[in-house]
Write a protein that binds this ligand. Structure first.
Ligand code: NAD
Length: 300
C-alpha cells in the first residue's frame, strides 16, 4: 500500500483563500478590517522568520498586520503595558506574542495578560479551559490545522483510535482535547510511555509531536492508519552541498508511506496549516468581537 499524501500546502492555500473572501465581505458589508498584532521580543532568528511570514500572509488575505519589535532586555512591565494597549485597541482583533520569550520574562504571566477574546494562539488559560470543557474558544493553530486535515480526509472521526505522541501545551494536549471533542478514543503518549511501539500500533490516527527526527518507523504503524507529522527537525544534508540542511518530521516517511493509509509530508504538511489557522483565528476573533456570523469550517 502507498499512502495518500495529505497536501498541507494546497489545503492551507484554500484556507487562506476562504479567510480572504471573508475579510473582503467584512470590509464591504461592515467597513471592518481584521487586525493582527504580533509582538516579538529579541531577535531569535527562527522567530524572525516566523514573524515575517505571518506578517506577509496577514496582508495577503487583506487584514491589517502590526508588528511590535522589542529589545531582548525589555522589562516585563513594559511588555505587559504594550499588551494592555493592544487589548484596549478596537482595531486589533488578534494578539500574538511570539514564543519563546527571553528567559527573564514569565511566559505564563505574559500570555495570560492577553484578552482571551484576542488570544489567537489559544494559549490563554481561559481558552485552555474552554476547549477542555468543549466550549467555544480560540483554538491553538497547529492542532487546529491537524484537525482540519483529519476531518477533510475522513469526514467523521467518531470512534477512531487516536494516539498522540507528545504532551506539550502547544500541540499534544490541545490536539488530544480536539480529537476527544470529535469522539475519538484518545491516548497521549510521551517520553515515559512504556512500549511506545505497541501503543502506536493500535492507532487509526497517529499524531507525532515530539521533536525527534524520524523516530516513528513504519513497523509501528497499523496498516491503513492516518499519520499527521507535526515535527520539524533540521538535519545536515552534505549530499546537497556544504553547510546545507534538510527538514524532516518525527516520522520516518520512507518506511511509513508504504504502510499508512494517509500521511502528511515534512515540509508541506502541518507547517503551512499553522499560519493559515492563525489567519482563520484572527478573522473568527474579529467576527466574534463584532457580533457577526463566523466563517464556516475555520474553527473547531
Ligand atoms: P515539546 O518539546 O514541548 O514537547 C515534546 C513532547 O515529546 C514532550 O511532551 C515529551 O514528553 C515528548 N517526548 C520526548 N521524547 C519522547 C520520546 N522518546 N518518546 C515519546 N515522547 C517523547 O515540543 P512541541 O512544542 O510540542 O513540538 C514538537 C515538535 O513539533 C517539534 O519538532 C516542533 O518543532 C514541532 N512543531 C511544529 C509546528 C508546526 O507548525 N508544524 C508547531 C509547533 C511545533
Amino acid at each position: 500500500m502507498t499512502a495518500t499524501i495529505i497536501d498541507g500546502k494546497a489545503f492551507a492555500a484554500r484556507v487562506r483563500e476562504q479567510v480572504g473572501e471573508h475579510v473582503s465581505r467584512l470590509k464591504a458589508d461592515h467597513g471592518i478590517t481584521p487586525g493582527l498584532a504580533v509582538v516579538l521580543v529579541g531577535a531569535d532568528p527562527a522567530s524572525e522568520v516566523y514573524v515575517r511570514s505571518k506578517g506577509k500572509m496577514t496582508v495577503e488575505v487583506g487584514m491589517k498586520s502590526l508588528e511590535h519589535r522589542l529589545e531582548a532586555d525589555t522589562e516585563e512591565a513594559d511588555l505587559l503595558a504594550l499588551i494592555a494597549q493592544l487589548n484596549a485597541d478596537p482595531a486589533i482583533h488578534g494578539i500574538l506574542v511570539q514564543l519563546p520569550l527571553p528567559k527573564h520574562l514569565n511566559e505564563d504571566l505574559v500570555i495570560n495578560a492577553i484578552d482571551p477574546a484576542k488570544d489567537v494562539d489559544g494559549f490563554h488559560i481561559s481558552n485552555v479551559g474552554l476547549l477542555g470543557t468543549g466550549q467555544k474558544s480560540m483554538v491553538p493553530c497547529t492542532p487546529l490545522g491537524c484537525l482540519m486535515m483529519l476531518r477533510e480526509h475522513h469526514g467523521s472521526l467518531s470512534g477512531m483510535d487516536a494516539v498522540i505522541i507528545g504532551r506539550s501545551n502547544i500541540v499534544g494536549k490541545p490536539m488530544a482535547q480536539l480529537l476527544l471533542n470529535d469522539s475519538c478514543t484518545v491516548t497521549i503518549a510521551h517520553s515515559r510511555t512504556k512500549d511506545l511501539a505497541e501503543v502506536v500500533r493500535r492507532a487509526d490516527i497517529v499524531v507525532a509531536a515530539v521533536g525527534r527526527p524520524e523516530m516513528v518507523p513504519g513497523d509501528w504503524i497499523k496498516p491503513g492508519a492516518t499519520i499527521i507529522d507535526v515535527g520539524i527537525n533540521r538535519l545536515d544534508a552534505p549530499e546537497k552541498g556544504e553547510g546545507k540542511t534538510r527538514l524532516v518530521g518525527d516520522v520516518d516517511f520512507a518506511s511509513c508511506v508504504d504502510v499508512a493509509g494517509a500521511i502528511t509530508p515534512v515540509p508541506g504538511g502541518v507547517g503551512p496549516m499553522t499560519i493559515a489557522c492563525l489567519l482563520a483565528n484572527t478573522v473568527t476573533a474579529c467576527c466574534r468581537a463584532n457580533g457577526l456570523a463566523e466563517p464556516e469550517g475555520l474553527t473547531a
